[in-house]
Design a protein around this ligand. Structure first.
Ligand code: 5GP
Ligand code: ZN
Length: 111
């Protein structure tokens, strides 16, 4: 998807602050961080959102969460993982991504 922002970031066509990469996922710092640690974790292969996430991709994403949480030093203090989906979810980039946020006590809870 050459017109997809995150596909272009994965391809290195748009620069990003890379945090982690393996053959299935790519992770980089959010350009507008909402917490001291705010990492976006995306599958390298384009999927629109979490509704298109197969089991293999889900496993790759959660494995990356574990590695990045440890790498970023939030494993023990805790953190939040969010995936916005569609209009009411306020998804602004239509390439499946997890927000991993932490490094401070996060405000409120929605659920
Ligand atoms: P969404 O709103 O779709 O859940 O999240 C998209 C996220 O991508 C936002 O938090 C936004 O700050 C981030 N973002 C948008 N454009 C860029 C970019 O060019 N580079 C990086 N690193 N993050 C971006
Ligand atoms: Zn994409």
């Amino acid at each position: 998807m050459s017109d997809c922002l995150f596909c272009r970031i994965v391809a290195g066509e748009i620069p990003s602050n890379k945090v982690y990469e393996n053959d299935k996922v790519f992770a980089f710092r959010d350009i507008n961080p909402q917490a001291p640690v705010h990492v976006l974790i995306v599958p390298k292969r384009h999927k629109d959102n979490i509704l298109a996430c197969d089991a293999d991709t889900a496993a790759a994403l959660t494995d990356a969460v574990r590695v990045i949480a440890a790498q970023e030093g939030v494993e023990k203090s805790g953190f939040r993982v969010v995936s916005n989906c569609g209009k009411d979810g306020a998804q602004s980039v239509n390439h499946l991504h997890l927000h991993l946020m932490g490094g401070k006590t996060l405000p409120g809870r929605m659920a």
